[in-house]
Ligand binder design. Sequence first.
Ligand SMILES: NC(=O)c1ccc[n+]([C@@H]2O[C@H](COP(=O)([O-])OP(=O)(O)OC[C@H]3O[C@@H](n4cnc5c(N)ncnc54)[C@H](OP(=O)(O)O)[C@@H]3O)[C@@H](O)[C@H]2O)c1
Length: 273
Amino acid sequence: MTKTYALIGDPIDHSFSPALHNAAFLFLGLDCTYIAYRIPKGELESGVESLKKINISGFNVTIPHKVDMMKFLNEIDSECKLVGATNTVINNEGHLKGYNTDVDGFLAPIKKRKIDSKDSDVLLIGAGGAARAIIVGFSKEKVRKITIANRTRERTEELIRFVHNLGLESDYLDLQAAGDVANKYKFVVNATSVGLKGVGCPISTKNINRDSIVYDIVYVPVETPLIEQSKNQGATIIYGWEMLLAQAMKSFEIWTNKQAPYEAMKLTLLGRF
Ligand SMILES: NC(=O)c1ccc[n+]([C@@H]2O[C@H](COP(=O)([O-])OP(=O)(O)OC[C@H]3O[C@@H](n4cnc5c(N)ncnc54)[C@H](OP(=O)(O)O)[C@@H]3O)[C@@H](O)[C@H]2O)c1
């Protein structure tokens, strides 16, 4: 019988996930399909019940449900528990187990380039949901320090405690100061939504240089203003689409127990930009 997978969230109209997963199913000849299912905020419980009724095999979770979905899980993978949010759920006859593939999805492009993160200093711009998964990822790689730069300072305080509890150093910078000292960090990571649709750059790139590794998790457009400017300054660039692809591959592997077809998924993703 055909297995059905889904993406739940709101909005979901422009998601790349259905194309990515359906391409992978087709490439491997699996009798599976992936649909986008819009569940508005406040309707998650009934939405999840509907998914169980159709015996969904698994689903991805996106904004605004990544944190709230934790309440409806029967089992939670340890890394997912640490992040406090899930983006991937597997359904085994009504038993829902949650994972967070953003953690390893974020790390994959760094590892692919064989960049050693151990003992390095990270400038993390942004303090939302994605930032938390990135912190868990960098803590796995035993970085030394994560400085958090964010527009709203209050939002960073809990996050700084979170980094400390993981055994790493952490402090706060405002966005202006972050631009002034960006050259002191091995990694500069944008985890804000600034740069989306090519609008805005989260910090000044005047001090980004050849030694900087600039990772922008925003993936529309492929070349955000941060990436474009940092490239001009000679920095090593890691693109948001690489994380998007890697987290999707991890979800696919959790659901199917098969290696995700990298080239087929990459071609599908890049073809959509
Ligand atoms: N590549 C991938 O696979 C991947 C995965 C996950 C997320 N993402 C992308 O990452 C971005 C963040 O996602 P999220 O889930 O963490 O979102 P979120 O929880 O809503 O957090 C948004 C962050 O952006 C900041 N921000 C928003 N507008 C800003 C502005 N005009 N100026 C300065 N800062 C601003 C917020 O700062 P305040 O605290 O001051 O509001 C906050 O730090 C999104 O664009 C998302 O698409 C990509």
